[in-house]
Each structure stands twice: as C-alpha cells, then as structure tokens.
Design a protein around this ligand. Sequence first.
Ligand code: AMP
Length: 279
Amino acid sequence: MTRIIKSPRGMQRWSLEPNRQIGFVCTMGALHEGHLSLIREARRQCKDVVVSILVNPLQFGPNEDYGAYPRTFEADYEACEQIGVDIIFAPEVSQIYPKDFQTRVIGSDLNRLYCGVTRPVFFNGVLTVVNILYNIVQPQKGFWGEKDFQQMHLVRQMAKDFFWPAEIIGMPIIREENGLAMSSRNNYLTNAQKEEAACLFRGILAAQEAFKTGERNSKALIEVAQKQITLEIDYLALVSAKTLMPIEGQVTEPTRLLLAAYIGQAPRVRLIDNGSLSA
Ligand code: AMP
C-alpha cells in the first residue's frame, strides 16, 4: 500500500532509516505515461521508491499557469499504488516555502538560454525545489525525463557541482501515438490541437532523417525541422548533447535538437520537445 507523507521532516526521517535504497521521481503531478515510465524504472532498480508531487510556485512566472496547472491527486495516487510506489511525498507549498524561507539555487549561465529566455525564473525555481526535495528524500538514484532535456542537464550539473551522492538517470521521451511528447500541459489541448502539435515531432524526425542522409550543416538541419512546424516557434536550437552550447556551422559531435512552440490563444500553451541527432 502506497503511503502518503506530507511533512518534510517526517519524509526525511523515513528516508534516514537504515538500509534505505531510494529511487526518487520528482513530479508536479497530473501523472501520465511519461512520469510512469520513470516510476516503473525506479521500481525496477531500487528497493524503495518515492514519488514527490508538488506544483512548485517558484518555477512559474507571474503570467504563467500556476493556478490552472492540472491537479489530479486521486488518479495520481491510484497510478502510483499500481506500480508499487512506497511513498508519495506530497507536502503543502507552505511546508516547503515557509514564511522565513530565504535560500535559492541560481544555477549556471545555461539557465538563460533556450527555455530560460521566455521563462527567466523557471530554472532557478526548478533547481531550488529539486535541491530541497533531494535533501529531504535523500535518494541514491534520481530518475529524470529527457523530455525536459535542458532541465535534466542542469540537474545533472547541480548534482555534480554539489557532490550529491545521488546518481541522476535519464529516461527516454514517451510519446502519444501521433508522436506528440506526453506532457501534463497536453490536458489543455483539444483533440484537433493535439493532432496539430504532432508537427513538432515531425520536425524532429525530418531533421533526424536529413542528418542520417548526410546533412551536417547546423542551419540547414534547423530549417528542415522548421519547415514541418506549423505552430508559433519559441526557439529551435541545435546544441551539443554534452554541454548544451549551440552548434554553429558543421555538426561534428553528438547533438540534440531542442525546441519550444506555442499553440492556441486562450489558453496559449507552450510545448517543448527534443531529439537526438547523433550518428
Ligand atoms: P513534471 O511533472 O512535468 O515536472 O515532470 C516530472 C518528470 O517527468 C520530469 O523528470 C520530466 O522530464 C518527466 N517527464 C515528463 N514528461 C515526460 C515524457 N513524455 N517522457 C518522459 N519523461 C517525462
């Protein structure tokens, strides 16, 4: 039976019991197959599995969807119970950020690129909450989706820089049948919009195909993807898979195509996706 713990200190006490071997998945809830793939892998690899559910206000800008973000705790509980999660850690926002809360993780220059351009507080908010959650849960292994490639990269960097004992494990992107990357924000989309949004994946596939048939020019590869995308593009970037720095000119190393685009008016939904362009 999955147990719910709300108190941070209570969670930490459980985590510090002898012989824990904790696999941890951080989420904002509204769980879908993408999240569940991480949780199943944690279940497969670790003796103890903790899933956190917290819609983190620190990572939302003032005009973003903090209030509207889907909250589906009962269904999330059911899904976790079916997989055999030991603990759902579901603190109140006020327990994580009490009135006298002060300290934030700033992150690196990379915070201001790609998703950080239109979402300037996003990565600071993510890194801060992840640092808090990892201190509470004390996992041996943390499972992260490649869907949020820049986020995963920054978390890895933080884990390294701060000498976390936890290993950070990346997991592949889970997609709908039409190729749309699963996301809690897909809940905002109509069926017609979900169909249209699949053009993001077609853009990635087209760039991968061009790469396979020999195209190595960075600008040309981006243009191939762009041609498939009928949404309003926020950014499309070809970056080093290792450093996430932009690749100019010829591609000579493992590369990732990163993108974000907007769909709809009310609400205007921002979707992200990415794919590997390695040989
Ligand atoms: P979120 O609840 O959106 O903060 O996501 C929690 C975790 O699930 C993050 O590590 C995400 O990268 C991961 N995740 C979200 N969507 C997907 C997906 N479609 N495939 C794989 N992992 C995902």
